[in-house]
Design a protein around this ligand. Sequence first.
Ligand code: 0RA
Length: 645
Amino acid sequence: MEEEPMLDKKDIYDTDKIKVLEGLKAVRKRPSMYIGSTDENGLHHLVYEVVDNSIDEAMEGYCDRIEVTIKSDGSVEVSDNGRGIPVSEHPQHNLPGVEIVMTKLHAGGKFDRKSYKVSGGLHGVGVSVVNALSEWLEVKVKRDGKIYRQRYKRGDPISEVEMIGEDGATSGTTTTFMPDPEIFETVEFDYNTLKERMRELAFLNKGLKIVFKDERRVVEEGVEKKDIFHYEGGIVEFVNYINEGKEKLYPEPIYFKRREDGVHVEVAMQHKSESYAKEILAFANNIHTKEGGTHLSGFRAALTRTLNNYGEANGLTDDVQIRGDDYREGLTAVINIKLPEPQFEGQTKTKLGNSEIRGIVQSIVGTELMTFLEENPSIAEVIIDKAVTAAKARQAAKKAKELTRRKGLLESVDLPGKLADCANPDPSKSELYIVEGDSAGGSAKQGRDRDFQAILPLRGKIINVEKARLNRMLENKEIRSIISAIGAGVGEDFDPDESRYHKIIIMTDADVDGAHIRTLLFTFFYRYMKPLIERGYLYMAQPPLYKITKGGGVRHVYSEAEKAEVLNEWGKRGVSIQRYKGLGEMNPKELWETTMDPENRILAQVTIEDAKEADDLFDLLMGKEVAPRREFIQQNAKAATNIDV
Ligand code: 0RA
């Protein structure tokens, strides 16, 4: 900061101003009432508040560039090329417009812009709040060929609005502020936090260029971070950004935009094909309404109704009851509305409350989407087909759940026929072996300790992974017998406290098929019984790799290293080495001794990371290309045999 002009404060404090200062004092006394909190969130909110003012100018069409810079001293500068905050005197206050905007809470009236302001929740409290909570703040206005400046300390003007130069070419407003460490727990801005909001604002305001810079490390390290966000495609590009790298059901997002009763409604949406997650982002006046609201419910109602109507009229629904959820499976959508007087409600003031908006959004989305479907029948068909598949999967999952429900208090669980259960009723002492193949299943049944070990054999290839869709998993008989053997439900209803075993041990061969089945089972547990993995109930059995015999001695080894050790110890003469290719090669006694006896066996506990990896791999296996698929199965088969305990 440059020299501070000497001011006799009495001279400039008219009664009006005293009121103003009382207002800002109140802000400093209870900052959380204005910005939510004084932690990191509140700190970053200061930037949003200042940027929102420039965004308002952009929304009115007077500004197409905003520059946001974290300066090397830790202050933040926000600069726009809008009209510039007026500097002329306000008739009632006898103060320049810019001073009113900077020092008066909710400065309204003459210098208040109308239209679709960014306001609601914590947004729109006004830049005077930022001023009050700043150690210092400086505003520069370029207007009518001149440059004006005023400075403040903790909200107090410490200079007049001064004309400091001339610049005939441009107009705009630049605000620089240093958050007050007396107020905030931390005054260090996080680049990535701010960056995400800047990107979002650029998507929501197509054509607007936001230049975001961090100059903090220029001096010491010579690095300047800079991102430029500028999207001529607006929210269509937003959807492309979210869906990047994913398989899409149709190549371009569906887009439409219309205005009704002074409300602007804009929607971009696209379904992913191999992913089931949905991401529907709703914004009102640039505020991300995380808690939803009337615009979101209008969108959802229109989506369900329109697709149902189209599907039924064109015989695409396969007589299945399709629900809204089914149409939203894999959907990425951005709903962007601008309305005159938004009401924000909810815990975090991010729920749009204006009731008239539901009908407006529903009617616009309804007619625009119907037009799109009629003009693009092949896209309409794939969307409805996907929903039909989702609806069928949902019904199958429901059936699977019903299967696993306990009958009554005194009655036992409905157990699958193939399960050889254990005698001990205490889950914490009980183990369930899920065994690949009937023959290994037979050996395991004979070799086990039936007091605490239960065996569930699975048919060789439980399901053709190449063709299986995740949602078809629950229709699979083998998967259903796992669900009922464990007896704790599935999916959202899964309750690990109900699990009939505290150790669930997957026992498969150490070959490609075994790896296949393991991937599938891990994926199943990860998606439908995750708490089981989190509790550490899921394990992999580790059968030995080799049987080494010499004279009367027998050693089972579980790794190449161990094999080398034994050969070193015994010498090579008279030694025979047998490689186990599958579990089926072991007789019941050998299987017990090497793989099931708690005294000797090695178990690998499955972690969430292991399961997540399998889940990603599963997605890859479901992918379209054939060559990489083969390769990954082989690599995974290798990796899966090398897990250390
Ligand atoms: C009030 C009236 C006018 C513009 C602005 C405020 C204004 C405020 C900010 C805050 C950051 N950037 C801004 N740009 C403009 C309209 C003045 C006119 O009629 O020319």
